[in-house]
Design a protein around this ligand. Structure first.
Ligand SMILES: *[C@@H]1O[C@H](CO)[C@@H](O)[C@H](O)[C@H]1NC(C)=O
Ligand SMILES: *[C@@H]1O[C@H](CO)[C@@H](O)[C@H](O)[C@H]1NC(C)=O
Ligand SMILES: *[C@@H]1O[C@H](CO)[C@@H](O)[C@H](O)[C@H]1NC(C)=O
Ligand SMILES: *[C@@H]1O[C@H](CO)[C@@H](O)[C@H](O)[C@H]1NC(C)=O
Ligand SMILES: *[C@@H]1O[C@H](CO)[C@@H](O)[C@H](O)[C@H]1NC(C)=O
Length: 302
């Protein structure tokens, strides 16, 4: 019981220390690139016995001076945050202040790839795109943003992760491409926003774009059957052009002809078409579509 009380009192003292700690760090938050120099002052606002820095590199202390520097010419260790401590003549006799140190490293690479497909995609199916960021720190400050052309489609943050040293992370985007996506470019941008003490504007690194190819069955811009009335000898154009990827091939079936026309043109132009039904078939490996043209002769005297 006594022991518990003691702990309670001690922790209250510590709280009080933290609160009224007569130490100030300048700056209180330091953002530094891996390998860069850094220097932070710890300043005491009342007479001090010992003032010092506890750190994995560059530890230092002074006696009676009201200022002590922590710094290195090149910070090349993923160290814990340094602590400045003071030992005073009067109460509170000890207190400390932890430096908010953000040591960062821009990614070695940001790359985008299609996980389950290297060749063309098919309309309506689902695919996974992946963006990989190599060797970035601290990942908590990373915002990975996905773009389709100029439009942001998704973003991914990693604030729940804790490592201070560089890691590799990735983000996955599920897409179900439509034919309008044929040729569309996807990119991902790794944004490292380290706050007002960090580089301005915030750092970002963009992947090479990934262009997707989408294959789709043929379709007609005007799919409705057409009825064409002509005078004998008029030139008639039957236009069966369809959109499709791969480009469709065409065949014609003529009602009054036994043979399937081997003519593989999308457009049929003739001045000697006899009345009848001309059915065009547009085909690629994803499907086929038919379109019907009916040719009638204009009745005399109409
Ligand atoms: C690609 O992978 C995703 C997730 O594993 C799956 O849902 C999808 O069906 C795959 N797509 C193809 C075309 O295999
Ligand atoms: C992240 O995406 C959400 C919607 O998904 C959007 O509202 C937000 O602005 C995006 N954040 C950034 C930093 O772009
Ligand atoms: C990348 O950074 C530049 C300037 O640093 C900024 O203008 C641009 O908007 C950023 N791009 C994205 C996608 O955030
Ligand atoms: C056939 O129609 C397509 C659009 O469906 C058009 O681009 C093309 O110019 C037309 N061809 C002729 C010969 O009229
Ligand atoms: C052409 O179409 C008719 C009906 O429209 C069909 O009976 C016939 O089999 C077709 N011929 C060929 C060669 O496809």
């Amino acid at each position: 019981m006594e022991f518990m009380k003691l702990i309670l009192v001690l922790s209250m003292l510590c709280l009080a220390d933290g609160y009224s700690c007569s130490l100030e760090l300048r700056p209180a938050r330091a953002v530094v690139a891996f390998g860069d120099p850094i220097s932070v002052s710890c300043v005491a606002s009342r007479p001090v016995r010992v003032l010092g820095w506890e750190a994995a590199v560059g530890a230092a202390n002074t006696q009676r001076d009201l200022t002590v520097q922590w710094g290195v010419d090149s910070l090349t260790d993923w160290i814990e945050e340094p602590i400045c401590y003071g030992v005073f003549f009067t109460a509170p006799r000890q207190c400390e202040e932890k430096l908010h140190l953000v040591l960062y490293k821009t990614p070695d690479s940001v790359s985008i790839s299609s996980l389950n497909q290297t060749g063309p995609m098919q309309e309506g199916r689902q695919y996974q795109l992946q963006c990989e960021v190599h060797n970035i720190a601290p990942v908590q400050y990373l915002n990975l943003r996905w773009f389709r052309e100029q439009t942001e489609v998704y973003n991914h943050t990693f604030s729940d992760l804790t490592p201070a040293s560089p890691v590799q992370v990735s983000s996955t985007l599920l897409i179900t491409p439509r034919r309008a996506d044929d040729g569309a470019q996807y990119r991902c941008v790794a944004e490292l926003d380290l706050g007002p003490e960090g580089p301005q504007p915030p750092l970002n690194m963009t992947s090479e774009p990934l262009s997707i190819t989408v294959q789709y069955a043929p379709y007609f811009l005007s799919p409705n059957a057409e009825i064409i009335e002509v005078n004998k000898g008029d030139e008639v154009t039957l236009n069966c052009t369809a959109q499709g990827n791969p480009p469709p091939v065409y065949s014609w079936n003529i009602s009054h002809s036994r043979e399937k026309e081997s003519d593989d043109q999308a457009v049929f132009i003739s001045s000697s078409l006899s009345p009848g039904i001309y059915t065009c078939t547009s085909t690629n490996r994803l499907g086929m579509k038919n379109k019907q043209f009916t040719i009638k002769h204009k009745s005399r005297g109409a």
